[in-house]
Write a protein that binds this ligand. Sequence first.
Ligand code: UD1
Ligand code: CA
Length: 491
Amino acid sequence: MSATRPAAVVVLAAGGGTRMKSATPKVLHTLGGRSLIGHALVAARETEPDHVVVVVGHDRDRVVEHVSVEDPMAVIADQDDTPGTGRAVECGLAVLPEDLVGTVVVTMGDTPLLSGHALRDLTAGHVATGCAATVITATLDDPTGYGRILRDDGGAVVGNVEHKDATAGQLAITEVNSGIYAFDAATLRATLPRVGNDNSQAERYLTDVLAIIHKDGGRVGAHRLDDTWQTEGVNDRVQLARLGAEYNRRIVERWMRAGVTVIDPATTWLDADVTLGVDVTIHPNTQIHGASTIGSDVAIGPDTTLTDVEIGDGATVVRTQGTLAVVGAGATVGPFAYLRAGTTVGVHGKIGAFVETKNAQLGAGAKVPHLSYVGDAEIGAGSNIGAGTIFANYDGVDKHRTTVGEHAKTGANNTFVAPVTIGDGAVTGGGTVVRRDVSPGSLAVSTGPQRNIEGWVESRRPGSAAAMAAGRRNEAGRADKGGGADQADST
Ligand code: UD1
Ligand code: CA
């Protein structure tokens, strides 16, 4: 066993999260596109422990289901009705081998900025100093709510007092307990049963273990983290937003250092799992969520929200909302485009202004430039869809597909009543309602021939502004024809 590898990491996630005032368990609230417990699990795994245990209780089924997706190898421990972080760890140890030796790291499910690196440092320091317990501490300007670290005159850690149980003098202490510890497994197992609940919350505090070990003559170490953000917990939504902003600031900064231009870091939000290529430019007010993958030389934004998308090299996505969509290399999207699930824009293709797409696959160079709805469709390479076209995919009962072949050119203001196929190289006239298949190379028109009724306005609406305007124009025309004009109109 390497010194920096704990035998187990126990993640506490059984608390009610009362201060969130939420129907969702606290540890399932998200930050940077990942749940709070998800962050804790990523950090835990980075220490390469033999076991990861998650202690659940409040809303346990929802938390367990989520944990099984985030980290299928994690072992679940149920906390019983006895409250407190001490009892939680006791329940966590109960699912681990009785003869477990080495280091047990305890972390909180609500401390999302804590890194695996900090946990490795904690473990290494704990083992190197031979302490029975080592606690990560931080010195905060505002220690409100946190447990305060108690030290003796020599500076040795002798215990912790919770904010609610602290005297005025103790409240002035600014060194706080992060709630993250490394313990010697056997010492922890022997000490926990001795933790009582004689405190303001009548809970069995894990923090009491520190004083018990100290009184027993064991050594308690403190591992101070200068990066205090890593020690901060989320107890309410104000803290969630505060830590979320800092987490985002860190991600955005990391991408800028990796070759991404971010015009306005303050209004750019990138989830933890987003990846970006070099020379990407992100314009203001842009959010990229989920497992989105952005190629190189891509310009995104302003005012764009993308979730779980894949954008190819050299593409441009302006003022767009997109989910579960793939945009080919060199394609352009927007402004004001709405790409819904199942959209694929081909290489060098185009989705223009005010276009909504859903379950639509466009071939290379295919274009839907203006004001259209494209639902349940396939559009072949090189085809161009006229402005204002509706792919009418829904008959009120079922959804149907429309297929447009390659190099077709459809007119403005068409309606394609699915299921229907427009063949390769076919053309449709303006205003066509396509109800029957159009064979390759055919021209489809469905509107009747235009009929003009001369003088209709002047005879039906005499005296109206329209009739007077028409009258003036017709008179001028007659004068021209009479040869009185200075300039002859050759057309
Ligand atoms: C705890 C510490 C406090 C520390 C702070 C750091 C205790 C008694 N206090 O306080 O010293 O400064 O964290 O953020 O440990 N949990 C359980 N079972 C329970 C109670 C809590 O699993 O019975 C879990 C919660 O889900 C949460 C974590 O433990 O993930 C911390 O619980 P919370 O109630 O937020 O503790 P704090 O009051 O913040
Ligand atoms: Ca907390």
